[in-house]
Ligand binder design. Structure first.
Ligand code: SAH
Ligand code: F3S
Length: 444
């Protein structure tokens, strides 16, 4: 019988893609995926360290997996992703049953590390960011995915004072445009209709090796959007300060560029933004929002917000609420500030915001957002739109999909027509709005 592997994935889309890359390498060695950890011969924890007790959570999960070794002495356990990058060799001494540690810059070496670990019986650590990283687009297990994700830039050179990503994902590395376009063509060849370009600061992409004045993200967008087979194009995550007027114009020119943009703002207060080291002010953020809405009327925006950053006053928080009312985001991801090891914010002398105050601010934010979001969804009722089918809904007989503007839509399959395949586009009429999703019916 073939050996089985099980991968648990936390965190962002980069981690999701890294999981697909690792799965692909294991499948190339003849292994098959399983959903049951107890059946697995290889268990990987692909960890995220961006918020809250990430380290404790990871170690406690490894503690659970390690018990499975008592039942299966062939089992190999690998610790991967951002916490693994941070912990390195320390993880081996903390968890005696751990077989290897694989950092975010070494994902392409998964197959080799496992093979070596099995052959020699030695425990292994692969972390850091070597210059010649393996990136093999043919060994990415894209099965079950409805969109094709393509990394265009890895790592991050910003120094947002709260953020651990520059440590866990290393310095910025851009992939050459030729490689990116080849991967996009490969994906549309496989039948993907939606392409998503990925990067921590995706719009900071530059053609590597070209001096200033060389091709930038606007050129890359233009090139990908011009490929006819790309029916839908998205990119995440954009850094507000790196958004240029040429990038904004692309939204006006290319219909396949989805009318949706995730534009993390983090706070509505200039004073807080300054201490976060974000390098922009609310005024310029709002000008960008207005520009985008002019280029593509109806574009949906989403954002990330942090509450309770050190020194955040009631007034600062009121400014964040005001921004939420002003922009009317289609969705909002809000987090309580969580101190991360080694980040510059730890050295700020501003007073900590008490936990209860931050909790209350978070609740007030969600309460403010809810009616805005429902209102925006209600404005869509009655409209016809295309959705990309992403999976079966919890309600029997219903499928779930996403509109171009990234709304979640549930619609009945109906008995008259065969159910559309996952990953295809279907035309629906939106019939009812909830806070977080819409109901729809299929149209001819
Ligand atoms: N550019 C990245 C940002 C990574 S972190 C991206 O691709 O999304 C994602 C979000 O987590 C950030 O936008 C921020 O809102 C939140 N976050 C990051 N560090 C945090 C911390 N220390 N405490 C709370 N939230 C944090
Ligand atoms: Fe983190 Fe700021 Fe980079 S939020 S990922 S340091 S852009």
């Amino acid at each position: 019988m073939s050996q089985r592997f099980y991968i648990e994935t936390w965190g962002c889309q980069m981690n999701e893609l890294d999981t697909q890359r690792m799965a692909g390498q294991l499948m190339q060695q003849g292994m098959l995926p399983t959903r049951v950890p107890a059946e697995a011969d290889v268990i990987l924890l692909n960890s995220c360290s961006v918020r809250e007790k990430a380290e404790q959570k990871a170690y406690s999960r490894l503690g659970e997996y390690r018990l499975l070794k008592r039942e299966n002495d062939r089992l190999r356990i690998g610790f991967c992703g951002c916490v693994a990058e941070q912990e390195g060799r320390r993880a081996l001494s903390r968890v005696a049953e751990l077989d290897f540690v694989l950092g975010t810059g070494r994902i392409g070496e998964m197959g080799r590390v496992l093979e070596e670990c099995r052959r020699t019986g030695r425990r292994m650590v692969a972390t850091g960011f070597p210059d010649d990283q393996h990136y093999d687009i043919d060994t990415i297990a894209r099965d079950g995915q409805y969109k094709g994700m393509v990394t265009v830039i890895e790592g991050c050179n910003k120094r947002c004072t709260f953020c651990i990503v520059p440590t866990t994902r290393g310095a910025e590395r851009c992939r050459p445009i030729a490689q990116i376009l080849a991967e996009v063509r490969h994906l549309v060849g496989l039948g993907f209709v939606e392409i998503e370009l990925l990067g921590q600061t995706v719009n900071h992409w530059r053609e590597p090796g070209e001096e200033a004045g060389g091709r930038d993200f606007a050129d890359l967008l233009e090139a990908v959007a011009s490929l006819e087979a790309v029916r839908r194009l998205r990119f995440v995550t954009s850094y507000p300060r790196d958004f240029t007027p040429r990038m904004v114009e692309t939204f006006a020119r290319h219909e396949n560029l989805c009318p949706y943009l995730h534009l993390p703002v983090q706070s509505g207060s200039d004073a807080v933004l300054r201490r976060m080291g974000r390098g922009y002010e609310i005024d310029s953020y709002l000008r960008l929002v207005d520009g985008l809405r002019k280029a593509r009327p109806g574009i949906a925006l989403s954002t990330d917000l942090i509450v309770g950053f050190p020194g955040e006053t009631d007034q600062d928080f009121e400014a964040t609420l005001a921004l939420v009312h002003r922009v009317r985001f289609g969705s909002l991801f809000a987090f309580k500030y969580s101190p991360r090891p080694g980040t510059p914010a730890l050295r700020l002398r501003d007073p900590e915001v008490p936990g209860e105050v931050a909790d209350e601010r978070l609740q007030r934010l969600f309460a403010a957002q809810s009616p805005i979001q429902r209102g925006l969804n209600e404005e869509l009722v009655g409209k016809e739109t295309e959705v990309l089918v992403t999976g079966w809904s919890k309600q029997p007989g219903y499928l779930t999909g996403r509109t171009g503007c990234h709304r979640v839509v549930h619609f009945a399959v109906g008995s008259r027509r065969p159910a559309p395949a996952l990953g295809t586009l279907v035309e629906v009429r939106l019939t009812r709005a909830n806070d977080h999703s819409l109901l729809a019916e299929r149209v001819a």
